[in-house]
Design a protein around this ligand. Structure first.
Ligand SMILES: Cc1ncc(C[n+]2csc(CCOP(=O)(O)OP(=O)(O)O)c2C)c(N)n1
Ligand SMILES: [Mg+2]
Length: 283
């Protein structure tokens, strides 16, 4: 990837991160850690790889995203606002009564949301079904599936992975956000997934591991997935829960954060200030 393209993605990552922070602060609470760990991934997907039309969200030939770890909805909403699917003001309606931005994605409510998710595990089967549909239609569309490392506790994930691998559905890019934490602690302490890379390889996937904050590496990994023929593909994101904001990276309980203390609010404002300066300099 050339420097201009990389800079464009880094700017998009910064803008997505800013809006996640702003919308959650405005709400007063929310799923911060797992939204921030996929910011660079979302930037690379929507900034470079995915085929979509914000003016026509239901365009039949689009690529699709299934955010199986649906609680990271704010990450996706912020992305959709930055690529033109929704207005930025809408971000501040998160979780309001009657909102079109529920905390977990709902494809009937939000333009650009391709699958309703939130009950962990279920998005994996939905993506497997979508990929099967694309295959049956002879379409070259791709579905990108984002799964959490804690979500791997759900047996349904492994059924879906086995199906995807067996059917060599390389039009379903399985991306596991290995941010090492789940709701209430470290994934390895709660239900150890052991080596996810070895597991996915054993399940029959062509598996790559990339740093979760490295747009160029993530993009290269997606390019490599496109070259794999006759085999399912998996990317493991070696990410950090709370990624990109040192204060939140270091916070122990950063799954759902309350913005009710000066410490949290000041750290949020400081991060937004730095990110906005980065965007200003880059544009
Ligand atoms: C079936 C189901 N059980 C429990 C929950 C509650 N829940 C929401 S997020 C979460 C932890 C998920 O951890 P992980 O997949 O690692 O997500 P991340 O670290 O990316 O936030 C849990 C248990 C849920 N949404 N669905
Ligand atoms: Mg996790």
């Amino acid at each position: 990837m050339n420097e201009t393209e990389l800079n464009k993605l880094k700017l998009l990552s910064a803008k997505i991160r800013i809006d996640v922070l702003k919308m959650l602060e405005k709400r007063g609470y929310g799923h911060l850690g797992g939204s921030l760990s996929i910011v660079e991934l979302l930037s690379v997907l929507y900034g470079k790889h995915m085929k979509y039309d914000p003016k026509n969200p239901n365009w039949e030939d689009r690529d699709m995203l299934v955010l199986s770890k649906g609680h990271a909805g704010p990450g996706v909403y912020s992305t959709l606002a930055n690529v033109g699917f929704i207005e930025k003001e809408m971000l501040y309606t998160l979780n309001d009564g009657g909102t079109n931005l529920p905390s977990h994605p709902d494809r009937m409510k939000t333009p650009g949301v391709d699958m309703t998710t939130g009950s962990l595990g279920q998005g994996t089967s939905a993506a497997a079904g979508i990929a099967t549909g694309f295959r049956m239609l002879g379409s070259d569309q791709t579905v990108y599936l984002i799964v959490g490392d804690g979500e791997l506790n759900e047996g349904q994930c492994w059924e879906a992975f086995q199906y995807i691998a067996h059917n060599k559905l390389n039009n379903c890019v399985v991306i596991i956000d290995d941010n090492k934490k789940q709701l209430d602690g470290l994934t390895k302490d709660i239900c150890n997934p052991f080596c996810i890379e070895e597991k996915m390889t054993a399940f029959g996937f062509d598996t790559q591991v990339v740093k979760g904050d490295d747009e160029a590496a993530i993009s290269d990994a997606i390019d490599k997935c496109k070259e794999v023929k006759d085999k399912a593909v998996c990317i493991i994101l070696d990410s950090i829960k709370g990624q990109g904001v040192p204060f939140f990276e270091q916070m122990d309980a950063n799954h759902s954060v309350k913005f009710d203390s000066d410490e949290v609010i000041n750290a949020t404002h400081e991060a937004i200030k730095e990110l906005e300066a980065f965007v200003k300099e880059g544009e």
